[in-house]
Design a protein around this ligand. Structure first.
Ligand SMILES: [Mg+2]
Length: 383
């Protein structure tokens, strides 16, 4: 066995203010953030991971609570180390473990293991089912205007451009943020469908804007508009609501970006999902991500990982996607994110609607910290 150990863990907090805020059902977004995790082994090998933003709290949990658990340990044992990190988080907080913090460490350990073993992470996760993956465009967020006509037409313009480029896209509903309701939500979807035509694959994401009753009504109308899936119809905590909607509606039910590994088990047990959407930067990393894929496939449930971060998180998501049995999609985020754009370089972009899965050892991404120097949030030391 390769005799190496974790020598240091460093976090890089990043935040970028947006020129124009955009909205979804729950809030206005006026900045983008991420915590990158850099783990260095005693032989000089470096692994990168990403935690879902924000920086506040996550950085301290990684550095002060979780990092001591893996210092001096051999990164080849990443799955066991994930279990130790989970236990350490629970023992410290006596409640839900801070999963985004664990995610960055777990992903960085997988990157390190891949580089040490000279293999892509996807090979070590169980094997590559594919070398490329179809992508759908995420975006179409609400504009900062009370004018509903402008809202509809600008979102339809954006959707038409994404339809031309990728042929598949996801809309947001939840105009309750602007004082409207389910009627205007369905009208938005209808107008976009009319604009892009029936051949475009179109998903709808409510970000839990609805009560069960509203979700049932909206879901029936989405089915009539040829919607490919209905994402997060109700609150993540309402596991029974997922099961009830899935039983009542024809449109497939998707969800998972707000769910923990144990939530997925409950959702699978009550038949609450058609499509499971774990995010490797939120759910605890690639270790629980792969375990969720295994359980989903045992239940005949599709997996389409949620992704909304930098190229580090996107690469990790691609390696998980490589291992999924039934063909998933890559969630390709087109919403404004200066951090993602600065780090992307020539890396992960769609070509004819598909994205190549990295094949270099580890995650197969390079991180150029100089490119994001302007977005760094200084920590307690010299950074
Ligand atoms: Mg979503």
């Amino acid at each position: 066995m390769i005799d190496v150990s974790v020598e240091s863990v460093e976090t890089i907090g990043l935040s970028a203010t947006l020129e124009d805020r955009f909205g979804y059902a729950q809030e206005w977004v006026d900045s983008r953030s991420a915590v990158l995790v850099r783990i260095e082994a005693d032989d000089g090998t470096v692994g990168w991971g990403e935690c879902w933003g924000p920086v506040a709290g996550t950085r301290e949990i990684v550095e002060e609570v979780l990092a001591p658990t893996i210092l001096g340990e051999n990164p080849l044992h990443v799955e066991r180390l994930y279990d130790h990190l989970y236990d350490a988080g629970r023992a410290t907080y006596q409640t839900v473990v801070p999963l985004p913090a664990i995610s960055g460490l777990d992903i960085a350990l997988w990157d390190l293991k891949g580089k040490l073993m000279d293999q892509p992470v996807s090979v070590l996760l169980g094997g590559r089912e594919r070398e490329e993956i179809r992508a759908y465009a995420t975006g179409h967020y609400f504009r900062d205007t009370a004018d509903l006509g402008v809202q509809y037409s600008e979102i339809a313009d954006e959707a038409a451009a994404n339809a031309d480029r990728l042929g598949a896209l996801k809309l947001k509903t939840g105009l309750s943020l602007l004082g409207y309701g389910p009627t205007e939500d369905v009208e938005l979807v209808r107008r976009v469908r009319e604009r892009v035509g029936d051949d475009v694959t179109m998903m709808v994401d409510a970000n839990y804007a609805y009560t069960r009753r509203e979700a049932r009504e909206v879901g029936r109308r989405l089915d009539g508009l040829g919607v490919h899936w209905f994402e997060e119809p109700v609150a993540p905590e309402d596991i029974d609501g997922y099961a009830s909607l899935r039983a009542d509606l024809e449109v497939p039910i998707a969800g998972g970006e707000c769910h923990t590994p144990t939530d997925f088990t409950r959702l699978f047990d009550v038949h609450g999902l058609d499509i499971a959407q774990p995010d490797v930067c939120i759910v605890g990393g690639l270790t629980p991500g792969r375990r969720i894929v295994t359980r989903a496939e045992e239940h005949g449930i599709d997996v389409v990982p949620h992704a909304w971060g930098t190229p580090v998180g996107l690469a990790a998501s691609l390696h998980l996607i490589a291992t999924v049995d039934r063909e998933p999609w890559l969630e390709y985020d087109r919403s404004p994110n200066p951090i993602r754009d600065a780090l992307t370089g020539p890396g992960i972009t769609p070509d004819d609607g598909t994205v190549s899965i990295p094949s270099a050892p580890g995650l197969g991404v390079d991180v150029d910290l100089d490119a994001v120097a302007d977005y760094r949030i200084d920590g307690g030391d010299e950074r």
